[in-house]
Structure formats: C-alpha cells, structure tokens
Write a protein that binds this ligand. Structure first.
Ligand SMILES: *Cc1c(COP(=O)(O)O)cnc(C)c1O
Length: 421
C-alpha cells in the first residue's frame, strides 16, 4: 500500500497533542506556501494572473493572510466571507464575489468593498442595479450546458443551478454595457475535484471562444477569464496531483491560438481554487478512545463527522495513518468511527490498518479543505481547534475549539425560568 508523507513525526505530534487537546485540525504553512508558489509560477507567462482562494474551503483569516502574502486574492460567496475579506483589509480587485441566489445585502457589501462581482443570472443585473447599483466592472458566469460534459462530481452542466446559458451571455453583456458597466470578465466552473489537467484546457478553450464571439457580436472586450475552481487533489495515495505545468502549457496554447491570434490580448487569467490550495496541507488529528470487536472491528475516535463530514457525506476516501505504526503491516480491517448517533459517522469502512489500540494517534489526511469548514453541532458536538504548523516548527492556534458556553450562547436561559412556571 502506498503511503503519504507527513510534515511531522510521531514525537512532534504527541507534543502538540499534549498542549492542545485532540481532536484538532493542523495546517502545514510550508506546504501551503510551496503549492501557492508553484501555482503562480506555472502561470507566470500570463501578465496579471491571479488565483482567488475560494475561502469556503477553509475560512480562516490566518490562512488567508498567508495566501495574500503569496499574492492570492480571495473568492467569496456569502456575507460572512465578504466580511472576513473586509476584516483582512482586502478591497477591490483582490476580492472576487462569485455567488448564486444572492440576497441584496450581499451585493451591497460586495459593492462597499469594491469586489469584482460575478453574476450568476441575467435577472441579477436588474436586481443588482436596484439594490446596490451597477459597478464599473462586471463578470458573468457561463454555463456551457451540453457543450461541455461536466465531470463526475459536479454532474451535467444543464442540470446545474449555476450560470447563464449561451444565448443569455450575449444578452447580459449588452444589457450590462447599456446600464453603464465598462469593464468585463467572464467565468465558468464545470468541474469539482478533477485530476485531469486536459479538462481545464478544454474549459479554457470554451471560454476563449466565447470571448472571441462576444467581441465579434458586441464589440465588447473581455479583460479577464476566470476558470473557476475544481482542481482536484490525490486523496488516495495511488492518485497523482494535477500536473500544473501541463495544464498551463495547454491553456497557453489555446490562449495563443484563440486570444492572441484574434487580437484579444491582453487577457488576465484567474482561478478560484480552494481544495487544491489547502486540502492536502491540512490534517485532522484524533485519538482512539475505544476499540470494539463485534460483528466487525471498530476503532472509535474522539473526532466525529462534525470535524470532517466528507466520508459520511460523499463516501469520500481520506487516507489514515496510525502514528508510530507506519512500518507495521496493515493486518486488521477496521471501521474508523466517531461518536455521533448515526451509523454513517465513519471516517473509513473496512480499512486495512495496523493493529490499533486505545490511545493511538490517528492522522486523517487531506482535511485542509471542506474539513473544519463543514463542521456542525449535531448531537451537541463542538467544533474543534485549528492549529498552524509554522515553517520554523512552531505551532500556533489559529482558531480555538468551541466550548459548551459557545454552544448554548444562542439560548436565553433566563427566559426559560419564566417559561411555563
Ligand atoms: C466551491 C467553489 C470554488 C472552489 O472549488 P474547489 O473545488 O475548492 O477548487 C470556486 N468557485 C466557486 C463558485 C465555488 O462554488
């Protein structure tokens, strides 16, 4: 069985676990920075290239501050995410607001911050105008429908609730210009967790051709193309990460053949990836409380799907390392469970692992995106802490664990005293 590397030893992890109670999420700053640099480097041929980190993947301002230092912008899709960008001091072109079914107050907030607004529907032009006014720059989210097969996870574009149809796109730019917008971008996102670099090349070709058509039909020059998120990560050790160099070379070729050849330069490229940026560099650390042997063997952790719900939600694979037993043979088949009163509260089913005993520290890999962020409080489970492993080996807490006081803070217990006396 292939393995995955860890940026810490068992001794180091035991030390961290002694200072901060398990479970917790631990992010590796070095890994995040090196991916960020490789991503930027791959697209350095495109002047003005910006990756907007899709903050929903791990909405922690400390992580965002690191990524901002690396030159990343932020991709927001809710009021809280805009608020977070604002609190970091981010403004204007540093923020991409890609939302859908958007409430008026979010458009108002986005305008306040000067964010680039990416509209999900043609009817949103009038809605935006009414509630927040038309900004100088507007972007539209294209749904290519049957022109593009969606990947397995996102499904067929025609079934997706996102974006405008082909015909609506032309109409939308025309109306936006009429209403005063002067700078334009285009966006699409048709993949999720996609590992094939060629998929993104095809997506870029579709957008580039659309830019050409918009220019021909409307005389509108598109200044930036946002290729969305969806860059996958190798959750399974047998999988390979997306070859960013190959992806970039493919996109550059399409850029030369469609954009340069038709004098549509300069065109800035953007991504709004989340998963690939922090996913592989975050770990859920949990200790085994019980080992149970009934019709099957179960190892029960102090974490639950409240800390990481991807396995329970999508049947997703997350690799697991039993710390200190890396060299032992995986001789025993376990269901790795949490403590929720739900039988799907499992991190792995029938996973072959070394023999586990209570007290073992388990590392659940690739939990740095859609991990802590998806946490919830069912069964009164509290959200755990987020820690950052700095490049110098120091560990800092970047979000404390919830307490019972946090959990009960939305209930008026004084009101309860006089209720049904
Ligand atoms: C979720 C999302 C992203 C990020 O997707 P990843 O799979 O994390 O890269 C980007 N843009 C939009 C609009 C999204 O909804």
């Amino acid at each position: 069985m292939a393995s995955k590397e860890l940026p810490f030893t068992r001794e180091e992890l035991e030390k961290i676990a002694a200072s901060y109670n398990t479970p917790f999420h631990l992010y590796d700053e070095k890994g995040i920075r090196s991916f960020a640099r490789a991503f930027k480097e791959a697209f350095s041929w495109n002047e003005g290239f910006v990756e907007y980190y899709a903050i929903k993947a791990a909405p922690n301002p400390y992580l965002m501050k690191i990524l901002r230092q690396e030159g990343f912008g932020i991709d927001c899709s809710s009021l809280a995410e805009l608020e977070l960008a604002g609190r970091l001091g981010m403004r204007g072109d540093e923020i991409m607001f890609t939302s859908n079914d958007t409430p008026a107050n979010e458009f108002v907030k986005a305008r306040e911050l000067g964010a680039i607004i990416n509209l999900d529907d043609i009817s949103h032009i009038g809605y935006l105008e009414k509630h927040a006014g038309i900004p100088e720059t507007l972007c539209f989210r294209y749904n290519p429908g049957s022109l593009k097969e969606g990947n397995l996870i996102i499904g067929h574009p025609e079934e997706a609730k996102f974006g405008l149809t082909r015909d609506q796109m032309f109409e939308a730019y025309r109306i936006a210009r009429e209403k005063g917008a002067v700078r334009f971008g285009i966006h699409t996102m048709v993949a999720s967790n996609e590992l094939d670099p060629d998929y993104f090349v095809e997506t870029a070709e579709i957008l580039f051709r659309m830019i050409h058509e918009i220019s021909q039909k409307l005389g509108i020059r598109i200044e930036f193309a946002n290729l969305g998120g969806g860059i996958g990560i190798p959750y399974h050790p047998a999988q390979q990460p997306v070859d960013l160099g190959r992806m970039s070379r493919g996109i550059r070729k399409a850029y030369d053949e469609i954009i340069v050849a038709n004098h549509l330069e300069p065109l800035r490229l953007n991504f709004e990836s989340g998963r690939a940026v922090t996913g592989p560099f975050g770990y859920l650390i949990s200790r085994v409380i019980h080992v149970k042997d009934t019709y099957k063997k179960f190892a029960g952790l102090d974490a639950s799907m409240a800390n990481l719900m991807r396995p329970a939600l999508y049947g997703a694979y997350h690799h697991i390392t039993v710390m200190g037993k890396e060299e032992e043979k995986p001789l025993c088949r376990y269901d790795i469970t949490g403590s929720l009163c739900e039988n799907n509260d499992k991190f792995a089913i029938d996973r072959l692992l070394p023999v586990i005993t209570p007290g073992d520290l388990l590392v659940i890999h690739d939990a740095g995106a859609h991990g802590h962020a998806m946490g919830f409080n069912y069964n009164g489970k509290l959200k755990s802490a987020e820690l950052l492993l700095r490049e110098n080996g120091e560990v800092v807490m970047i979000r404390r664990a919830e307490t019972l006081d946090d959990y009960f803070s939305t209930i008026d217990f004084e009101g309860l005293e006089t209720f049904y006396v």
